[in-house]
Design a protein around this ligand. Structure first.
Ligand code: SAM
Length: 255
């Protein structure tokens, strides 16, 4: 199932905040090119342009709807279709910025090492990845997958691979870096109710599950999942629910 830029942007402020906080930790970097890896609808690309100007920023993504949306938003910026699993720049870059994409690539620690090799000295690799597989939002996906008449479609798991530890990223990147900054933040997003949490993950983590469920069972699957979410996220006194969302951040500066 392809991504939907429109669905993704329903929570644009919340999804862009970690990109802002990641960018705030990126130092000044010479004048080499800047790539927004997994640029999505261009929200993170816009932050890069605001800070570095538009002449050297380029967005990459593998999804047509996301690329079209990004191009509409930023008509003067180059957006290219590429798979980050095998993409390399044609010349050493100044910054690889990747907000909320590398969690989808199970072999990303090896890609990070390769990306460091493709930076100019003093260039930066700046990455943020959701680290939320242990949260109810994601545990309930697994429970729902195993619960209904769609169970046979999940014999092969669709669960994302958990992120390695912060320490293991440090150990891998330290030999090629003059400085590494690693941190983890848990956001508590204020949501109108359980349905809003379902809408949030429908644009991201729930997609591979919905992909697997045959179309005629999808409504029942969503109802099962929504009921579990409603039990897991209790309403606060004002009726809203808090979506706890841990994210891991890494900024590595190349030697
Ligand atoms: C959650 S969105 C992040 C969008 C944006 N960077 C932001 O800050 O909100 C993840 C994006 O990564 C893209 N993506 C996922 N796997 C990819 C891959 N292997 N190569 C390129 N892009 C990929 C998706 O198409 C999607 O647009």
């Amino acid at each position: 199932m392809a991504w939907s830029a429109e669905r993704y942007l329903a929570f644009e402020d919340e999804r862009t905040r970690p990109a802002r906080e990641l960018l705030a930790r990126v130092p000044e970097i010479g004048d080499a090119s800047i790539f927004d890896l997994g640029c999505g609808p261009g929200n993170s690309t816009e932050l890069l342009i605001d800070r570095f100007g538009k002449s050297r920023v380029c967005g990459l993504d593998s999804d047509d709807d996301m690329l079209a949306s990004a191009q509409r938003r930023l008509p003067d910026t180059p957006f290219l279709k590429a798979d980050l699993a095998d993409w390399r720049p044609s010349a050493p870059a100044g910054l690889f910025f990747a907000n909320a994409v590398f969690q989808w690539l199970p072999d990303h620690p090896a890609l990070f090492e390769r990306l460091l090799d493709d930076l100019v000295p003093g260039g930066a690799l700046a990455v943020q990845m959701p680290d939320n597989l242990d949260e109810p939002s994601h545990r309930m996906m697994e429970e729902s997958a195993e619960a209904g008449r769609w169970r046979s479609h999940f014999i092969e798991s669709v669960r994302r691979k958990p992120l390695p530890s912060a320490e293991s990223y440090y150990d891998r990147l330290a030999p090629k870096s003059i400085r590494i900054d690693v941190w983890r933040t848990t956001y508590y997003h204020v949501m109108t109710g359980p349905e809003a949490i379902v809408d949030w993950v429908r644009a991201t983590g729930l997609r591979p599950y919905l992909d697997r469920v045959p179309e005629d069972m999808r409504a029942d699957f969503l109802a099962d999942y929504t009921a579990r979410i409603a039990r897991a996220y209790l309403a606060r006194k004002d009726g809203r629910v808090l979506l706890a969302f841990p994210r891991l951040f890494i900024v590595a500066i190349r030697t």
